[in-house]
Ligand binder design. Structure first.
Ligand SMILES: [Mn+2]
Length: 379
């Protein structure tokens, strides 16, 4: 197992070199055909999970492209934007994200699309979506086998979904985005930020991400991009990183830690703590979790190991949520993953500390089991 994981990580780079213009144009023309079929309808782009630069940028790009076919697009999210950089992105670019609540009426939207994800089980509108046509799924996570949509472009080897959308844009607008056009500048800046965010500022980018950046660059507002990506850490997030540091436990190259109880709006401090701990010398895989709003255990996995596949690791470690019929966790094949486990009925327990210890023990046990098996596979 370990060997094949290394291979899949190395191979896409070779394949990317062979990506030619013809292929780029054909993927876009397929998507264009799909959009043409739905001309004049209303489209909702469902941002599953927490809004982040890659899904926001991708949603904006799809909105832009769909507009050429008289399709009105709304970007629907289920969580308040939490990460300080993402708040800056939304504010500085004056983006219009539609936040879901029980009164949200989706009846006028006949069609929907997914970007930077392939799953909607985790959303409260799953049943409603089944009545609508899924017209497009564009993503770079692990391909789901049972995916059905009119247009599907899932590239597991892509560094970002924004990079894929920049490729469509290049085919749709070959003369380039116009730096005098505020909408173009907004879009180019958001896409560039999305690519940077998902590729650790291009450290983990593939050739396509660089090609996308070269195309976007003339219309990017560099000063704004700098402002968006240089937001300082909030005190809450800094405290979470401190907790994670203090509570860390190290097993060979694995680091396990937690950040205690976290308010929903600070939830993005969990992956940030994991990112930070991964910078420790001698560590190549980090798992950090916390209890969000007293209701669910949420965690992030970060790795730069050649052998750990975050998607496989988290699926194996935490298994399946029988009720939803989907895994508690998952991720990409290379460097990132996340999990979310509802505490459910137990959340009513009065003794928070006891509840927390229990959560901690279970996660820890599952983690140890998973690295035990992982170590076997490596041996
Ligand atoms: Mn992404």
């Amino acid at each position: 197992m370990a060997d094949s994981l290394v291979d899949t990580a190395a191979e896409p780079r070779l394949r990317a070199v062979r990506t030619d213009t013809e292929q780029k144009v054909s993927r876009w023309s397929e998507l264009a055909e799909t959009l043409e079929k739905h001309r004049g309808k209303k489209l909702v782009v469902v941002l599953v999970g927490y809004p982040d630069p890659d899904n926001i940028g991708s949603g904006l790009a799809l909105q832009f492209l769909a507009r050429q076919y008289d399709i009105d697009t709304a970007l629907l999210s289920f969580h308040e934007v939490s990460h300080q950089e993402n708040r800056a992105l939304v504010k500085q670019l004056e983006l219009d994200l539609w936040l879901y609540d029980e009164r949200t009426d989706l009846s006028e939207f006949e069609i929907y699309a997914l970007v930077d994800t392939q799953r909607t089980e985790a959303t409260p509108i799953e049943a409603e979506l089944r009545k609508k046509a899924l017209v497009a799924v564009v993503d770079h996570h692990k391909r789901c086998n049972d995916l059905e949509a009119e247009f599907i472009d899932v590239r597991e080897d892509a560094g970002s979904t924004c990079g894929i959308f920049a490729e469509y844009l290049e085919a749709a607008v070959p003369e380039g985005l116009d730096s005098n056009e505020p909408d173009h500048v907004k879009l180019a800046t958001a896409l560039m930020h999305g690519i940077r965010a998902d590729t650790v500022a291009f450290l983990e980018a593939c050739q396509q991400d660089y090609a996308a950046a070269a195309y976007l660059w003339p219309a990017v507002d560099q000063a704004l991009l700098r402002k968006i990506s240089a937001q300082s850490l909030s005190p809450a997030v800094m405290d979470m990183i401190q907790s994670a540091l203090e509570r860390r436990r190290v097993y060979d190259n694995f680091l396990f830690s937690d950040v205690g109880f976290v308010r929903k709006e600070n939830r993005d401090g969990i992956p940030q703590a994991a990112d930070f701990l991964l910078t420790r010398a001698g560590i190549d895989t980090v798992l950090v979790f916390g209890v969000v709003n007293g209701r669910s255990i949420e965690g992030s996995l970060r790795t730069r190991s050649d052998t750990v596949n975050p998607d496989a690791f988290l699926k194996k470690a935490f298994g399946i949520d029988e009720e939803k019929g989907s895994h508690y966790g998952g991720g990409n094949v290379r460097d990132k993953g996340a999990f979310q486990i509802p505490i459910g009925f137990l959340a009513q327990h009065n003794d928070r500390e006891q509840l927390y210890r229990l959560a901690c023990e279970i996660i820890h046990e599952k983690f140890l089991e998973a690295i035990g098996q992982e170590a076997d596979a490596m041996g």
